[in-house]
Design a protein around this ligand. Structure first.
Ligand code: ADP
Ligand code: ZN
Length: 722
């Protein structure tokens, strides 16, 4: 009999399947193969090679052979173990996790060149408005027809028309161009004594080629990046690869610049904005080991590194490391697991570590390395509270007189100010004054948010947009619609009214949606082209602007509303991070926190600078409630386009909940977003003690049930917010 290969196909509906391996096919665990299933062929990965079938199994002639083996390095064992762990721990189909590792079938294409397109500079004879828009938006950029069409927001046909008209031309791009190696000794900094001690410990760990998680805990501006760069340098010297995970793709651009200044060449960037040719080139270089340092958002964790020697998770407390759709995994936790499988150190860097991470330190599982002060002459900013009840802004305004005065003084000193409000758009709610009508998203339990810059109302959950209404759809009254509450655009308006000569910039995911936009913003800040930045959480981390000396937190109470388990912790982290943008150079920084609740523990901790007692109290209340990191949760989300079906299925699941010691099931009840993208959502919340294998319980529980085809049941293990 021929040997068999057990193959995991890129089809989330299926488990591993057996195929016949014919003589001459070089197949081993991790080999990337093409396998027939029904009428078509699927890409898959060999999970077990050389399986000799038992007598009870079907004979060779009943088994189809593999259709082919890709000319690519097989996925290594550590990555295969990570895929298995992720699928088991987060109750996800293994194929869905595998898909993240193969990233896109395009990475597997054997061709050595890709045909891309770019503008020639020639103006076509017939210049329609669409063609004009396309050429303007494409500018100097290059990519596949489909990529250019997406950039220009036109159809593929418009781009092809421009190719025919000679305004766009084809270029062959090689996916084999080598990457330039970073030089570990290019520009080594003189480390302070504190920094040198920490760097020394990390370098030692990189040399040991063994698993060791670290919490690199240092205040904002203490030189955490500079210090972990020493560990990166050591990994390069050892001929091993480094992965640096960042929470936002907007942060990759400044990171690349900084890295290039230290190591002579930029690392390989991995993010969703890559062109197909870049993606393919990077994927191959990572798989062969040619790529020495890779920086990316969470998806970079599942790439097929040939020889990983170090993983860094920067801003490790950030919530964006938790993926909220598809495979609902936490990249921080999965990164630590990968470090275990790869036998390499993992560095979690943060000025405001998550309580979960601090708990791992307390248990002795992670080693803590501390950088207590800012580097050089820079001091921590002074932090002031502004009591909005005693010092209220004028009617219809949001900036209190104290903060306005501080901005004025900052501008007089020719320094920069940052106003932080974690709300995109102009106003979170539009209301009819006559009849009380509120504009709600037709697909979600959410208000439509007014965006003046884009001249429309938008739902932040499903992306539904509508033009700004001229009258109330309910009572038809004109001039009766009012914007309620502020978003960043409204604060920018207020700043412009108060300081007409100041140059303002709004920084949100709407304005900084690509690395290129982020780079442009950094350039303008550095050139002094912006006096006041108004931004969401996107601006709170990573940036280093020495002339930025004032930070105003417009509404410190916003994050505390809702009563979420992590509300206080998250609020503390966010405000501490944004405060950390002030006074990073020689000039002293000042922070003003506007609040209606100056006695709230979060505000007290921030103003007094006593993070330790805040964390201690927060940790105690988690312990008392047996909440994470002491106990654990899993959310079961049941959704359907039909309310009835969702409710029925949720009840069925609730009714059949197993009686397990140390586990309690709450609900079903409508999920916090009771309707999302047109689907009604119900939720059950499972609370369990730490040691319980809650995944196994849920797997068996749900595995025994059936529900209608239109119902989706998703489990969110260690849900972030609920
Ligand atoms: P963190 O990551 O802790 O916020 P950074 O590594 O960004 O801190 O350091 C803050 C600033 O201080 C950066 O501009 C960095 O280049 C500078 N810096 C830190 N340590 C040194 C050093 N040893 N030599 C020169 N510059 C340093
Ligand atoms: Zn919506």
């Amino acid at each position: 009999m021929n040997p068999r290969a057990r193959v995991l196909l890129l089809n989330p509906a299926l488990g591993p399947l057996d195929y016949r391996v014919d003589p001459g096919q070089d197949v081993r665990p991790g080999s990337i193969v093409l396998a027939p299933l029904g009428p078509r062929q699927w890409t898959g990965v060999v999970w077990e090679a050389d399986r000799m079938p038992s007598d009870a199994e079907v004979g060779d002639n009943r088994l189809r052979p593999l259709a082919g083996v890709y000319d690519l390095p097989p996925l290594g064992e550590p990555l295969r173990r990570l895929i298995e762990w992720t699928a088991n721990y987060y109750l996800a189909p293994p194929a869905a996790v595998l898909r993240m590792a193969l990233s896109s079938a395009s990475a597997l294409d054997g061709a050595r060149t890709v045909t891309e397109y770019r503008a020639t500079g020639r103006v076509p004879d017939r210049l329609t408005p669409q063609r004009e828009q396309a050429l303007e938006r494409i500018g100097e950029r290059q990519g596949l027809v489909r990529e250019l069409a997406a950039i220009a927001d036109v159809s593929d046909a418009v781009i092809r028309g421009l190719v025919k008209a000679g305004a766009i031309e084809a270029v062959e791009v090689s996916v084999d161009d080598p990457f330039l190696d970073p030089d570990p000794d290019h520009a080594r900094p003189d480390l302070s004594a504190d920094q040198a001690a920490v760097a020394g410990r990390l370098v030692e760990a990189v040399r040991a080629h063994a698993f060791q998680p670290f919490l690199l805990d240092g205040v904002t501006g203490s030189g955490k990046t500079e210090v972990y760069f020493e560990a990166v340098a050591e990994a390069i010297r050892q001929g091993r690869q480094t992965l640096v995970l960042l929470p936002e793709i907007a942060l990759t651009e400044p990171f690349l610049k900084r890295f290039a200044a230290r190591f002579g060449h930029a690392p390989i960037a991995w993010h969703s904005d890559l062109r197909q040719s870049q993606r393919r080139r990077a994927w191959r270089a990572i798989a062969t080991g040619e790529a020495k340092v890779v920086v990316g958002a969470r998806s970079a964790l599942f790439l097929p590194y040939a020889k990983l020697g170090l993983i860094v998770v920067d801003e490790a407390h950030e919530t964006s490391f938790k993926q909220e759709d598809g495979v609902m995994y936490h990249a921080r936790d999965a990164a630590v697991m990968r470090g275990g499988f790869e036998s390499c150190p993992v560095v979690l860097a943060s000025a405001t570590p998550a309580i979960e991470t601090r708990q791992q330190v307390a248990l002795g599982r992670y080693e803590e390395l501390k950088l207590p002060g800012r580097y050089g002459v820079a001091q921590m900013p002074d932090i002031n509270e502004v009591d909005l009840l005693r010092d209220p802004p004028p009617r219809g305004r949001w900036l209190a007189p104290t903060l306005v005065k501080a901005i004025e003084e900052t501008l007089e000193r020719k320094e920069q100010a940052l106003l932080f409000l974690n709300r995109r758009g102009y106003a979170p709610l539009t209301l009819c004054r006559t009849c009380g009508h509120r504009f709600q998203c037709p697909n979600c339990t959410a208000w439509m948010v007014e965006h003046r810059l884009m001249a429309r109302l938008a739902c932040h959950h499903c992306g539904h947009v509508m033009p700004p209404p001229a009258f109330c759809p309910e009572c038809k009254a004109e001039d009766s619609l009012v914007a309620c509450g502020p978003g960043v655009e409204r604060i920018a308006d207020e700043a412009s009214t108060l300081f007409p000569d100041a140059k303002t910039a709004v920084v949100t995911s709407d304005t900084l949606w690509s690395p290129a936009k982020a780079a442009e913003f950094v350039g303008r800040m550095e050139a002094g082209d912006i006096d006041i930045v108004i931004g969401t959480q996107l601006i709170t981390k990573g940036y280093h602007f020495p002339n930025l000396t004032l930070v105003g937190v417009v509404d410190a109470d916003l994050g505390l509303a809702g009563g979420d388990l992590r509300a206080a912790e998250r609020s503390f982290q966010q405000i501490a991070q944004v405060a950390g943008r002030a006074g990073r150079g020689a000039k002293p920084g000042h922070v003003y926190i506007q609040t209606r609740e100056p006695s709230a523990p979060v505000i007290r901790a921030l103003v007094s600078g006593d993070a330790e007692s805040f964390y201690a109290a927060e940790t105690e209340s988690r312990r008392a409630a047996n909440a994470p990191p002491f106990g654990r949760y899993a959310a079961i989300i049941i959704s359907s386009e039909k309310l009835e079906e969702a409710v029925e299925t949720a009840r069925l699941i609730g009714r059949t909940a197993p009686e397990v010691d140390g586990m309690h099931v709450f609900g079903p009840a409508p999920a916090p977003l009771a309707m999302l993208r047109g689907r009604h959502r119900q939720r059950l919340l499972v609370h369990a003690r730490r040691a319980l294998d809650v995944q196994d319980v849920i797997r068996q529980w749900l595995g025994a049930l059936e529900w209608p085809r239109g119902v989706r049941v998703a489990v969110d293990v260690d849900p972030y917010s609920f």
